[in-house]
Design a protein around this ligand. Sequence first.
Ligand SMILES: Nc1ncnc2c1ncn2[C@@H]1O[C@H](COP(=O)(O)OP(=O)(O)O)[C@@H](O)[C@H]1O
Ligand SMILES: [Mg+2]
Length: 269
Amino acid sequence: MKKPVLERPVLLDVQGITRLYGPAKGCEAIDFQLHAGEVLGIVGESGSGKSTLLRVLAGLEAPDAGQVLYRRQTDDAGAEEAELDLYAIGEARRRALLRLEWGLVHQNPRDGLRMGVSAGANIGERLMAQGQRHYGQLRATGQTWMRQVELDPGRIDDAPRTFSGGMQQRLQIARTLVTQPRLVFMDEPTGGLDVSVQARLLDMLRTLVRQLGLSVVLVTHDLAVARLLAHRLMVMRRGQVVETGLTDQILDDPQHEYTQLLVSSVLTP
Ligand SMILES: Nc1ncnc2c1ncn2[C@@H]1O[C@H](COP(=O)(O)OP(=O)(O)O)[C@@H](O)[C@H]1O
Ligand SMILES: [Mg+2]
């Protein structure tokens, strides 16, 4: 049997991350560890600093203080460095990491897709970055992934700008996961969609996350999304962490006053 997630090796070690845009804006002194195969949900109201933190974690924005250490789980030690200090390596290597080993799902598919090129090219692009060149294989993989995210593979040559918002988000997820990323960041992956579309997407996402055993840092203000996807939650308020714990514990028995408010405002219509 697989080990419980919290007993598995640490993949991401986040120490004292601060990124401020002025007093009380951004995020401050954030510490946590993400274990391999774990889904960590970062929750909190709009403006609590979730997206800021995620941008720092994904290597997109340097922190004012603190470190992000990425520990690869690698069998052939020596072939790759086992630990990377994200902001000690250069920007080119950070970008390469995001392109080749990690994945990022944006809230708005516009930020994660190229709207003018075909769905197949959107999926194939990241595989090509990893060195795959065989056209037939890229196309077949594209179709397989479209099926996987419940898109009609017959639309592989259509550009995502002709897709609905829900379809675009599915395509963004396929594009992100096709490379089998070791670490995935998601910022409000079901945000901005109709409630019924959200529910289906969430269901699909949960199946994929479980099937692939993904390691995910998931940002969401939606506690229902957090409940369905996350093993553990970190609750943020005004840039700081107020409470961390197992998802059920936090949602069923919140200790901090702020978390209690957050949970009750969702439960009472
Ligand atoms: N690029 C930026 N420039 C200035 N202020 C920012 C910037 N990004 C975020 N903020 C501010 O930092 C705070 C946290 O924002 P954000 O991380 O987007 O929160 P969340 O994702 O939880 O809604 C907000 O007060 C926001 O206005
Ligand atoms: Mg945000």
